[in-house]
Design a protein around this ligand. Structure first.
Ligand code: HEM
Length: 81
């Protein structure tokens, strides 16, 4: 993931597939700065999917990603500046 290119628009699989779907992770970090519950809420959302925060395009569920990996990725996303 790191080293995949511009982290500005890095969004795991869509980027891998050369698409441009979902919010830039830096924007996500900015939106939830100072929100103590964000890591847990976002980890749950990555697992089950959801829509409506950044637009009407849904994030699909990502059940193939291990819970501890989701938490690590979301933790990293929230550190981006
Ligand atoms: C491990 C994989 C993934 C991680 C860690 C991840 C992470 C995130 C995070 C943190 C958000 C912000 C959610 C919010 O603010 O409520 C988000 C939103 C979004 N993601 Fe992902 N994502 C992943 C996979 C995907 C995939 C595979 C797609 C599409 C093919 C996708 C599409 C989207 C879209 C469209 C949104 C906006 C949803 C909304 O407006 O509520 N994501 N993602």
């Amino acid at each position: 993931m790191a080293g995949a290119g511009s982290e500005e628009r890095l969004h795991v699989l869509p980027r891998y597939r050369q698409e441009d779907v979902g919010p830039a992770f830096k924007e996500v970090a900015k939106k939830y700065a100072g929100d103590a519950g964000a890591a847990a809420r976002l980890s749950a959302k990555v697992k089950t999917g959801g829509k409506g925060v950044w637009g009407e395009v849904p994030m699909p569920p990502n059940p193939q990603v291990k819970p501890e990996d989701v938490q690590k990725i979301v933790g990293w996303v929230l550190t981006l500046k």
